[in-house]
Ligand binder design. Structure first.
Ligand SMILES: Nc1ncnc2c1ncn2[C@@H]1O[C@H](COP(=O)(O)OP(=O)(O)OP(=O)(O)O)[C@@H](O)[C@H]1O
Ligand SMILES: [Mg+2]
Length: 253
């Protein structure tokens, strides 16, 4: 039981008349990478906001490392970090200054050292003393993720971490995410890139019309669809084909 980092049961959320989450259930094990897939507007960011205490659910329960988000939000905030869908770095500051600022806000003992370590780890040492406004999209995203690692959170939330990145920058972010999970951090990510989920995730869930309509490892999801035999060659469905078959409409991605 204690191996579960995230437990979500019967989560519901409406914005006025619009019921976005009808009943969402899933669990994530400690140290796993969990990918939440869904079309635009499916409610992925809404789930992330509720799990990170930024938004209140209408009903249902969410527990992070044993703490209930509704009754123990402060405890939850101490174990998580969030990299939002839109970068939250300060453009006027340098990369180093951004990191030092967050380390100070978190009352860490040696902010400069924390900043140096993260700059090295994220390959930003050379650019450390340049204003973020001069960074490329990939560099900003790396800095954004670095900022969320200040203070070593146990669970990190990445809402579309690679949207807008070129393939090379995307692969760099994947490497960082894998390293985090190897180090025991639980990673919850949302993505529109099915390849990203295929590459990274231990478990994949598909959010559609307010519910999780499929949840499992990639091979479990693939088993839902018998492989098509094309003469003598067995064809495995891609996650994209699985997604489209489940969601049932082309414009979904
Ligand atoms: N504050 C709000 N007030 C009213 N409606 C909202 C609000 N926030 C989100 N919505 C609506 O809820 C639905 C889910 O939005 P959400 O941002 O969670 O989707 P998403 O899956 O993250 O989409 P995307 O892939 O575009 O980021 C959308 O229809 C959106 O318009
Ligand atoms: Mg979103």
């Amino acid at each position: 039981m204690q191996n579960k980092s995230i437990q979500v049961k019967g989560l519901q959320k409406s914005y006025k008349q619009h019921q976005v989450l009808k009943s969402v259930d899933f669990e994530v094990e400690k140290g796993n990478i969990f990918a939440l897939l869904g079309s635009n507007g499916a409610g992925k960011t809404t789930v992330v906001k509720i799990l990170t205490t930024l938004l209140k659910a209408d009903s249902g329960t969410v527990t992070l490392n044993g703490f209930d988000v509704a009754s123990k939000p402060d405890n939850v905030r101490q174990v998580i970090s969030l990299t939002g869908q839109f970068a939250a770095v300060d453009e006027i500051l340098t990369g180093r200054e951004n990191l030092i600022m967050i380390a100070k806000l978190r009352y860490l003992g040696n902010p400069r050292q924390v900043a140096d370590d993260l700059l090295t780890r994220f390959g930003l040492t050379e650019a450390a003393d340049r204003r973020v406004s001069t960074y490329s999209g990939g560099m900003r995203r790396r800095l954004d993720i670095a900022l969320s690692l200040v203070g070593k959170p146990q669970i990190i939330f990445l809402d579309e971490p690679t949207t807008g990145l070129d393939p090379e920058a995307r692969i760099e972010v994947w490497k960082i995410v894998k390293e985090l999970a190897d180090g025991g951090t639980t990673v919850f990510l949302t993505t529109q890139y099915l390849e990203e989920a295929e590459q990274l995730a231990d478990r994949i869930a598909i959010l559609h019309e307010g519910r999780i309509i499929a949840d499992g490892t990639l091979s479990e999801l693939k088993k839902l669809f018998p492989s098509a035999k094309v003469e003598y060659v067995e064809k495995q469905p891609t996650l994209e084909e699985i997604f489209l078959a489940i969601v049932g409409k082309k414009e979904a991605i």
